[in-house]
Design a protein around this ligand. Structure first.
Ligand code: 6GU
Length: 268
């Protein structure tokens, strides 16, 4: 995949892309990231990139010309034919659609990705109307610019590219992919400061362990993000567990404590 990022602060991207899984993906040529300083596409004497808002108001607005020119330069470098579709040009802005795992999956299927980092004060509306194909926000809070959001998007997309993660299985297990939050995990020592690892995990009984993992994931999701359960891919017995846990919750019980143990009907 080729990713092109337009920003006023290309230096912000150095360290996140220079470590761990991301650096390895770049070294293995699974992804190529090109940073473009929007200021380089402004041709007046002082390389001005922003200006006052027509009609007044606080803050400076990013001018359209340098952004259009930067995107057009990237498109011509890629050899993109206008109107042939399939080239996402995404503006990172708090007004965008909320970023999600399914958007990351959608983007990871493409060959190219162009990201424009807005500044929070604003971007000339003609960039939205006539240049970008989509707008993305990473959450309901305000950042100074789209740079950190672009890093979040690229990180989530790149780890989905074939070959980037060690084992493909780890992708399926991820929170949000299965529609549930991750279950609790432990490593050695078996007893740490008197706190023990749950017995079942030491049993060697893989069916029991898998069942415990599912149940813990469901409990955690119900407690922390109940709205995710509506879309989660659950089996009939798991739906029944959810209903039972909800009923006990409304009954004032403490079963929603993730650590509380509860036998499923089949165990009774
Ligand atoms: Cl994409 N940009 C800015 N400036 N703030 C944000 C955001 C993006 N997503 C959440 N907050």
């Amino acid at each position: 995949m080729r990713v092109d990022i337009l920003t006023l602060f290309p230096q912000m991207f150095q360290s996140p892309f220079s470590a761990g899984i991301f650096q390895r993906a770049i070294d293995q040529r699974l992804v190529e990231v090109n940073l473009h300083n929007i200021r380089d596409y402004s041709h007046d004497k002082h390389h001005v990139v922003d200006d006052y808002a027509y009609g007044g108001g606080a803050g400076m607005i990013l001018k359209p010309e340098p952004i259009f020119e930067a995107v057009e330069t990237v498109k011509s470098d890629i050899g993109f034919q206008e109107g042939s579709g399939g080239l996402p040009v995404i503006l990172l802005t708090p007004q965008g659609r909320p970023f999600s795992q399914s958007i990351a999956q959608e983007l990871s299927r493409g060959k190219y990705l162009i990201l424009i980092c807005g500044r929070y004060e604003g971007v000339d509306e003609r960039v939205r109307e006539h240049l970008v194909t989509d707008e993305i926000s990473i959450g309901d809070y305000v950042l100074n610019g789209g740079e950190l959001a672009a890093m979040v998007v690229v990180d989530a997309v790149v780890r989905l590219l074939p070959g980037v993660l060690g084992s493909e299985a780890s992708l399926l297990d991820d929170s949000y992919v299965a529609g549930l939050l991750e279950y609790p995990q432990y490593t050695r020592p078996q007893v740490f400061r008197g706190w023990t690892v749950p017995e079942v995990l030491l049993s060697g009984n893989h069916a029991q362990i898998a069942k415990w993992h599912r149940e813990q994931a469901i409990r955690r999701t119900l407690k922390r993000r109940p709205e995710l359960l509506d879309k989660a891919d659950l089996r009939t017995a798991e739906r029944q567990l959810v209903d039972r846990l909800k009923a006990e919750f409304h009954g004032g019980g403490v079963v929603l404590e993730e650590s509380a143990s509860l036998q499923s009907t089949s165990d009774k």
